[in-house]
Ligand binder design. Structure first.
Ligand SMILES: Nc1ncnc2c1ncn2[C@@H]1O[C@H](COP(=O)(O)OP(=O)(O)OP(=O)(O)O)[C@@H](O)[C@H]1O
Ligand SMILES: [Mg+2]
Length: 313
C-alpha cells in the first residue's frame, strides 16, 4: 500500500509534491496522542464477510486537528468507534496517550451527528452531568459548566431546556459538555452534517476558536471537503472498501479560516479530485453486477438464502 502525503501550503506546488510513503507521521521526541497501528476490521452479515478497514496506520500528534474524509461506507465511523473503544478491531492496536486502548474511556470523548443531550435536564445541567459523575462538587461544577457555555456563546441559555434549542445550539452544548470533561482527545463524527450551511459556518468559526484556545487533539470525520479544509491541520483520505489510507494533505492556511475563502476553495477542489475517483469506484461497483475489479468489494447478485418454511413459492 502506498500512502501519499501532499503538502498544500502552496497550492501551486500540489501536483509537484510527490511524496514518500508516510502512513505514520512521527514528530521526534513527542509521543503521539493517538497511534493507530495495523488496524483491520471486517463485519459478518447475511451477505458474507465485508472487509471494512485494512491495515490502517496513523499517528495524531498532541494538539493536532485531523479530519478523516472518504466515500460513504468506507469505514470512517468504524475507525472512529474503534479509536473510541466502542468497537473492537480484528487486527491491530490503538494507543491513546501512550496506553493501549481496551475500551471506552473519559480521555476520548465522542461527539456524534445528533447531539445526545438529556432532554429532562437544563443546558447547564447537561454540561455539568459528567462533572457530577467525576465527583466534582456542585459549586465548582457549575462554575466549570458556565465557563464552557461561555466558550460556545450559550451563557444566556444556561437555564433553557434542550427542546428550546436549535440544532446548532444543541451541538454547541454537546461541545461544551465534552470540553468540560477535559478529555485528551475529541472524536467528532460528522457533528455538523445535519445543520444548515449558515449554522455550520458559524460553528466552523467557533470550533476553530475553541481549538486555538484549548489546543485539544481532534479527530473529526466529515463528508464535506470544504469543512475539512476549513478546520484541519491534516486531512486523511480513505479509499473505498476496504478503507485504506489513500493519501494525506497538510493544510497550511492561517486561522481562523472561512469556508468561503478563495484559498479554502482551491484546496477543496484539489482534494475533491482525489475523492471523486474513490466515489466513482463505489458508483461503478454498485452498478456492476459482477465482482468489481476496481475495488475489493465482492458484489453478489444472489438473494440471501431464505429459510424454507414449507409450501414455498
Ligand atoms: N455493526 C455492523 N455490522 C455489519 N456491518 C457494519 C456494521 N457497522 C458498519 N458496517 C458496514 O461497514 C461499512 C462501513 O461503515 P461505516 O459506518 O464505518 O462507514 P462510513 O464511512 O462512516 O459511512 P458514512 O460516510 O455513510 O457515514 C459499511 O459497509 C457498513 O454497512
Ligand atoms: Mg459514518
Amino acid at each position: 500500500m502506498v500512502t501519499e502525503s501532499v503538502g498544500i501550503g502552496n497550492i501551486m506546488d500540489v501536483e509537484d509534491v510527490k511524496v514518500k510513503s508516510r502512513a505514520q507521521t512521527s514528530v521526534d521526541g513527542i509521543m503521539p496522542k493517538l497511534r493507530i497501528q495495523h488496524v483491520s476490521k471486517s463485519f459478518q452479515s447475511k451477505h458474507g464477510l465485508t472487509y471494512v478497514l485494512e491495515d490502517i496506520n496513523l499517528e495524531i500528534q498532541p494538539g493536532e486537528f485531523v479530519c478523516i474524509v472518504g466515500p460513504s461506507g468506507c469505514g470512517k465511523t468504524t475507525l472512529l468507534n474503534i479509536v473510541a473503544g466502542l468497537e473492537k478491531a480484528d487486527k491491530g492496536e490503538i494507543w491513546a496517550n501512550g496506553s493501549k486502548v481496551n475500551g471506552a474511556g473519559t480521555d476520548r470523548v465522542v461527539i456524534f451527528q445528533e447531539a445526545a443531550l438529556f432532554p429532562w435536564l437544563s443546558v447547564v445541567k447537561n454540561v455539568e452531568f459528567g462533572l457530577k459523575l467525576k465527583g466534582i462538587g456542585s459549586r465548582e461544577r457549575r462554575e466549570m459548566a458556565l465557563e464552557y457555555l461561555k466558550m460556545v456563546h450559550l451563557s444566556k441559555f444556561q437555564h433553557a431546556h434542550v427542546h428550546e434549542l436549535s440544532g446548532g445550539m444543541k451541538q454547541r452544548v454537546a461541545i461544551a459538555r465534552a470540553l468540560a470533561m477535559n478529555p485528551e482527545m475529541l472524536l467528532m463524527d460528522e457533528p455538523f452534517s445535519a445543520l444548515d450551511a449558515q449554522t455550520r459556518w458559524i460553528l466552523h468559526y467557533e470550533l476553530q476558536n475553541i481549538w486555538m484556545k484549548t489546543k485539544k487533539t481532534i479527530m473529526f470525520i466529515t463528508h464535506n471537503i470544504r469543512e475539512a479544509v476549513c478546520l484541519a491541520d491534516r486531512i486523511i483520505l480513505l479509499s473505498t472498501t476496504p478503507g485504506r489510507i489513500k493519501c494525506e494533505f497538510f493544510v497550511e492556511l492561517p486561522r481562523p479560516r472561512d469556508d468561503n475563502d478563495v484559498n479554502v476553495a482551491e484546496y477543496s477542489t484539489r482534494i475533491m479530485k482525489e475523492l471523486k475517483s474513490e466515489i466513482n469506484k463505489v458508483v461503478k461497483c454498485e452498478m456492476d453486477t459482477d465482482s468489481c475489479v476496481e475495488c475489493d468489494i465482492k458484489c453478489t447478485t444472489e438473494e440471501p438464502a431464505k429459510t424454507d418454511i414449507g409450501g414455498g413459492i
